[in-house]
Design a protein around this ligand. Structure first.
Ligand code: PHB
Length: 391
């Protein structure tokens, strides 16, 4: 059994084997396969996710409903869908995990949808944010956000606050295309006009050409999405070099661009940026202050960001479900338990939408400010109970 090599298994053999093996046999241990991009271009957000997971376990212990929680980490090494799928299959067939979790980027999450469905393996998406992901498997649940969920409120805010013309600049893959589409839809429905759009490559984008073009075009405002890895710091550096941050062009973005983990590196050019997102390091609540203090104690070199909160809340969701089911991890019971689950998160209260298995949450409009010497995303407006408008 253990000798079967998962990558060599075809879909049918995999499905039969996975079905035969479930439910998990190791009665006293609950195994969770943690599949993420621990090395490569998304290593920083994957580390944030991992730190969130570890912090939750440190605070809440590694035993739930009398069972020991064992995390098995697997590194995808970047946006590599085939590798994500292979690792997920291996974790199911060889390690007999009870859950899968992780996934910073959309292509990797999408790649495990069929695997999760065939094996009936509850899979917690802790970041990947393209709207469509949760529609791809009934065994997917997402604790993070969707890009349309956070983009539409920003577009509405912009239209209502004097912004009439916007040029959009997004990464050319799932979440970027969601950002472009949902911004345009909500902005134009509220009287604004998108005057141009560009999609930039996900891999090694040459931001200076795009920045120069938009500077020459001179729109009233731009709307930007790039994923929160090293790109936010790079694009802000380029905008500063090309004089965009000191021009009259207003910069709007999703909170990925002013990622709390990158803000200090972005420096003063980021001041004044208006963004929308579900979590800010600066969020004013007792729970967030506790979370930040605990995180700082463990990981002094890193500020927790929205991906760390995704990891933290994902563990909270898994613990809550195991506890509720007293450790009986029948996959359909697990998925039923996720639906409607409420969590008190450092970002504010959240609920898993029973219909979509996505998060219903407050979306905040923020401005980059300097507070007590630190650059932060200061929340100044919000829309409560936002569902994913992409579905
Ligand atoms: C994604 O690939 O879905 C993704 C990655 C990083 C982000 C947001 C979305 O900051």
């Amino acid at each position: 059994m253990k000798k079967i090599s998962a990558p060599l298994l075809g879909g049918i053999a995999f499905a039969a084997l996975a079905a035969w093996m479930s439910p998990a046999q190791a009665a006293d241990t609950i195994k969770i396969g943690f599949v993420a991009e621990f090395s490569g271009t998304f290593a920083l957000p994957a580390r944030e996710m991992d730190d969130g997971v570890k912090l939750y376990m440190k605070q809440h212990g590694d035993t739930v409903a009398g069972k020991k929680i064992e995390i098995i980490r697997r590194d995808i090494g970047g946006p590599k869908p085939e590798e994500a799928k292979r690792l997920a299959q291996e974790l199911i067939v060889r390690d007999n995990v009870d859950f899968l979790m992780g996934f910073v980027v959309t292509p990797n999450a999408l790649a495990v949808a069929d695997v999760a469905s065939q094996a009936k393996k509850p899979t917690v998406i802790m970041n990947a944010a393209t709207s469509i992901i949760t529609t791809k498997s009934p065994y997917f649940v997402r604790v993070s956000f969707t890009v349309p969920q956070i983009t539409a409120p920003l577009a509405v805010w912009a239209a209502k606050n004097g912004v009439k013309q916007v040029y959009t600049m997004v990464s050319d893959y799932g979440p970027g295309i969601d950002a472009e589409t949902s911004f345009k839809k909500a902005f134009e429905a509220n009287g604004g006009a998108v005057v141009g759009s560009v999609r930039m490559p996900l891999s090694s984008p040459e931001f200076s050409a795009y920045a120069q073009k938009v500077k020459d075009l001179g729109p009233q405002a731009i709307f930007v999405f790039v994923p929160a890895n090293d790109q936010p710091a790079q694009i802000m550096k380029t905008f500063a070099e090309r004089g965009l941050t000191t021009s009259t062009i207003k910069i709007l973005a999703t909170g990925d661009v002013t990622d709390d983990a990158a803000l200090e590196q972005e420096g003063d050019p980021a001041l004044g940026l208006i963004t929308s997102h579900h979590y800010s390091y600066d969020h004013d609540s007792a729970l967030n202050k506790e979370f930040i203090a605990a995180f700082a104690k463990e990981y002094a070199d890193l500020r927790p960001n929205f991906v760390a909160v995704g990891g933290y809340d994902g563990m909270a969701a898994i613990y809550a479900v195991i506890d509720k089911l007293h450790g009986d991890l029948d996959a359909d019971k697990v998925m039923a338990a996720f639906k409607g689950l409420k969590i008190d998160s450092p970002r504010g209260p959240i609920m898993i939408d029973p219909d979509t298995r996505d998060v219903i949450q407050t979306v905040y409009i923020r401005k980059v400010e300097r507070k007590d010497g630190k650059l932060v995303n200061a929340e100044f407006d919000k829309v409560e109970d936002v569902k994913d408008p992409g579905k």
